[in-house]
Design a protein around this ligand. Structure first.
Ligand code: NAD
Length: 310
């Protein structure tokens, strides 16, 4: 399978990953289902898993660790993230040690800063220097960031002239494309891979939801995408995805993920069940044609999300 190299780190990824945020009480997926989804993804070539110490205060990392033991360490690329509360020099070393322990590995392939600290105003220099040390010690293979704007990327790169920042994990999907203005051009120019979280709009783009038929009491209750006016607009896009899917023998979710791949980003699709992981793996290995892309662009043009619609 075609792979994406993360700078000079030696780490390479398939064109899609599987997310494990779902292995937390805020999402409520069963641990065994998430672990099986990861194993199934790996069997189907999607052998890149994303987690974070944030997810269930380490619980998701433990679930990933269990799946990794079953799949075999060498058969999977592991990405995790340091929480925004652990960005001071010493705290970050401890956070990494704890993630390594929970994952049950001696080295993390991609270690990401989950978000730039907005509260304590921790100097970014402490964070980046701590990451450089961990890389030098062989505890992490590649340094990544998440939710970084161009100004954050510029500052981080200036601090680490000898080390590379290989990826920026940001929200990106058919109806939430704000990163295309500045972040994508900057990352493309700088050799930073875009990893897309929420590529299915947390399920909104799969066709499972509509006004009056919304997700239960999980992490999505605070996601404006599921607000009444927004989900109604998203429904128009989903109809187009379903129509394209009918012509191509694909599902709306597969079309939505394939669109992200076609934009040059690596979608990380969160899977609650092995069946979802299998379906999502079917988003790779084919392309949308000009007619499909035209229909999608037309449908997207009418979407104006209201981020107060919660
Ligand atoms: P997502 O767009 O991947 O959607 C996940 C939701 O869609 C889940 O409810 C899942 O059960 C459902 N789903 C998945 N495949 C489906 C299918 N084929 N049919 C129907 N429903 C399906 O959103 P996400 O989980 O928020 O993002 C993906 C991953 O990105 C996470 O698991 C996590 O690893 C990562 N993430 C990172 C950040 C960050 O700040 N860096 C934030 C959120 C998530």
């Amino acid at each position: 399978m075609d792979r994406v190299s993360l700078g000079e780190s030696g780490v390479s990824l398939p064109r899609m990953g599987v997310g494990s945020y779902q292995a937390t009480s805020t999402w409520g997926a069963k641990d065994e289902d998430v672990a099986t989804a990861i194993r199934r993804s790996c069997e189907l070539g999607v052998n890149f898993v994303d987690t974070a110490e944030e997810y269930g205060h380490g619980h998701s990392e433990e679930v990933v660790g269990k799946a990794v033991r079953e799949v075999g360490r060498d058969n999977v690329v592991i990405a995790t993230k340091v929480n925004g509360a652990h960005l001071r020099y010493e705290e970050l070393q401890k956070a990494c040690a704890a993630s390594l322990r929970r994952l049950g590995v001696s080295e993390i392939d991609l270690y990401q800063v989950h978000w730039p600290d907005p509260w304590e105003q921790i100097p970014l220099k402490q964070t980046m220097k701590a990451l450089e040390k961990l890389q030098g010690e062989g505890k992490i293979r590649a340094i990544g960031v998440s939710n970084f704007a161009v100004r954050d990327l510029e500052e981080a790169r200036a601090i680490l002239p000898r080390s590379e920042i290989v990826s920026n994990q940001v929200r990106y999907n058919l109806v939430q494309r704000d990163i295309e203005d500045e972040v994508v051009p900057y990352c493309n120019k700088s050799g930073i891979e875009i990893l897309a979280w929420g590529p299915l709009g947390q399920g909104a783009l799969t066709g499972r939801y509509a006004p009056g038929h919304l997700p239960g009491n999980d992490a999505r209750r605070s996601n404006p995408l599921f607000g009444a006016r927004n989900i109604a607009q998203v429904g128009g896009v989903v109809s187009v995805l379903q129509e394209i899917g009918r012509r191509k023998g694909k599902t709306a979710a597969q079309v939505a993920l394939n669109w992200v791949v076609g934009r040059g980003a690596v979608p990380i699709a969160g899977a609650s069940t092995p069946q979802q992981a299998e379906e999502n793996a079917g988003a790779l290995g084919w392309e949308l044609d000009g007619e499909d892309l035209g229909a999608i662009t037309k449908a997207m043009a009418g979407v104006k999300l209201d981020y107060f619609d919660v």
